[in-house]
Design a protein around this ligand. Sequence first.
Ligand SMILES: C[S@@+](CC[C@H](N)C(=O)[O-])C[C@H]1O[C@@H](n2cnc3c(N)ncnc32)[C@H](O)[C@@H]1O
Length: 308
Amino acid sequence: MSLHIPVMLPEVCRLLEGLENKRLIVDATLGLGGYSEGILHKWQKVAVLGIDQDPQAVEVARRRLSDFGDRFKAIHGNFRDLSCLLNESGMGKPDAVIFDLGVSSMQIETPERGFSFQENGPLDMRMNTTDEHQDIAAEIVNTYSMRELTTIFRKYGEEPYALQIARGIVRHRERSGPITGTSELVEVIRKTLPAPVQRKMGRNPSRKVFQALRIAVNDELDALDDALEQCTGLYGGRMAVIVVSYHSLEDRIVKNKFREWKSKGLGEVPFRKPLTPEQEELEGNWRSRSAKLRAFFFKEGSMEGKAK
Ligand SMILES: C[S@@+](CC[C@H](N)C(=O)[O-])C[C@H]1O[C@@H](n2cnc3c(N)ncnc32)[C@H](O)[C@@H]1O
């Protein structure tokens, strides 16, 4: 397993620099703890509460960061329950909440999790492997109607060939039975799309379908919206919300939410256009190529009578 290289960590730290107190930072997408580690190293008095819905990530991060003692706490949970998780932690009000969205290298590089279109694995894609009520990708692929599949591929993958791919999947199901693994799904998509279309699509033609399924399985966009909504109720004094996103669907939610907060007079956006990684980072870390960082600084006492 390769260690996840944290994306845009220097930019995140520079933004935190501006906060006077820095007593508690919430790392809402802990992963293997790259951000948490960077922050705990940089500021000796800061405590970090790490949250991840992936129990394996929590376990690895807990082990990796155990030297920081009670300055670091990792909890298994979904950031859509941010307020509750924070209350339960008993750690008080945060000075910043950071989201580094999407999947980690560990998740992508573990074929049994089903996130990768490059290696064969089961069609699972759950980040929270303990949730047995959640539909896994196989259920969506093998039981949803052509119309439902088209909607998912369009809405969450912005896939222009959504209908053709959905039709190809349904035909394959009728002829050969359920699609059982990621490689079979990749193959069905390849067979469905004519070669010139695939050439036009550039990167792997399955990429957007996999993104769409992952977002649907984990209800990622609603979870982000819910979590951001709760941020307005969390802060006591000045608090930063920092989000690193990897595709336009996430970025749009963040941009609109920050715009709404600003229009309510809750605080300020320190830069209008999102930050993107420096050239050096782009060359050294492929995951950073589509990253966009946005931030919002709530001002002190800005909640009074304004939000909600
Ligand atoms: C890009 S990785 C974070 C990497 C981390 N910043 C690091 O440096 O190691 C995203 C992580 O967020 C987690 N995640 C995604 N959506 C989540 C949610 N709704 N609640 C909690 N964790 C979530 C994933 O399981 C994954 O481990």
